[in-house]
Write a protein that binds this ligand. Structure first.
Ligand SMILES: [Zn+2]
Length: 154
């Protein structure tokens, strides 16, 4: 009993346990973790978490979707390119095409490929939510651009 209590007080601190998880433990630490269910459990949970993070890193959303979004985001980040496009669009009689263009924008917004099916624990990552938010913002910008175009022409 007394020995159990002494060991409990003598637990390595979490930083040392993380060293053990990363394979950087000295023999004293290794002996402690191997003989201490509480510390072994802590290390086991940490290593499971790390392996989940590894899986998450290795399986990003579909590459096609990434490339598509990247292109759109890059276009949105370059006002020069955007105003160039706007000028080009204004020089053309688009009036008959506007309803079709608006429909196309909506169609693009709803048919953009969703991220590939991934294990449940990766679906609700903050990164995936950010991508969706950025996608929505980009679509809104496109619609806004179409409205401005309509005002310029009409
Ligand atoms: Zn311990």
């Amino acid at each position: 009993m007394r020995e159990e209590r002494a060991r409990r007080d003598g637990h390595p601190d979490p930083a040392e346990l993380l060293d053990f998880c990363a394979g950087r433990a000295d023999s004293r630490l290794t002996r402690h973790v191997e003989g201490c269910p509480a510390c072994a459990k802590y290390c086991d949970e940490q290593m499971r978490l790390w392996s989940l993070l590894d899986v998450w890193t290795v399986e990003p959303p579909a590459e096609v979707c990434d490339a598509h979004l990247l292109t759109r985001l890059q276009a949105a980040e370059r006002p020069g390119l955007r105003s160039l496009l706007r000028g080009w669009l204004a020089g053309i009689s688009w009036k008959p095409a506007i309803p079709a263009a608006a429909l196309f924008a909506v169609w693009v917004a709803f048919t953009t490929p969703a991220p590939a099916p991934v294990p449940v624990h990766t679906v609700t990552t903050p990164a995936a939510q950010t991508v969706e938010a950025e996608q929505a913002a980009s679509t809104l910008e496109d619609l806004e651009m179409l409205q401005q175009l309509k005002l310029q022409i009409g």
